[in-house]
Write a protein that binds this ligand. Sequence first.
Ligand code: DX5
Ligand code: ZN
Length: 224
Amino acid sequence: MKMHLIAPSVLAADFSCLQKDFDMVNRSQADWYHVDVMDGRFVPNISFGMSIVKAMKKMAAKPLDVHLMIVEPEKYIGEFREAGADVITVHYEACPHLHRTLQQIRETGAKAGVALNPHTPVHLLEDILEQTDLVLLMSVNPGFGGQKFIYQTIPKIKKLKDMIVVQNARTLIEVDGGVGLQNAEKILQAGASVLVAGSSIFGAGNPGKVISMLKSIGREAMMV
Ligand code: DX5
Ligand code: ZN
């Protein structure tokens, strides 16, 4: 198993004291910050926009992985990049001209990601993998943290991994929603390389410990 990345989802952080949670993540073994932007149209919830992303950038010592759950994301890519996004992920379901949108993201210098809702099959990405740095598989319906992991995601990860291997692509597979210590190993074994985790990290008594436990999964096996 190759070394995977951990991306704590700040949606589950304490917004009345973000600096404290960012300090914890900065000191932890986490690799990225996962930043959920919701518009109340693509998903039935509103989170925050670029001014908050900009403030987060100042506090973050690690890359910002910005997940846009918004309609017409192509209108805001430049602004999110300027606000500090290092990875920008748009939803397949929100992009009629996905190829153009991914190009637009790469032109800003950010890594380009595509997210799939639980009902969207991975084979739809067959002709766009080369333009895609990361595929985010939603393992809950987007819009809220703290939901239950949808197990059908596991065969989706495997199928996507096979497609990536066949095409010899370098695309990363990120899994988002309901991820925690109880299922992380299965998700990684299926072929994922980035784990997003919100409530299982920030809801824990010792979040830094959960991050290091998530990070060390598979390592023991590699050492023998
Ligand atoms: C859901 C978001 C997720 C969410 C994950 O729409 O995309 O990133 O914050 O939260 P947990 O880990 O609590 O399911
Ligand atoms: Zn997300």
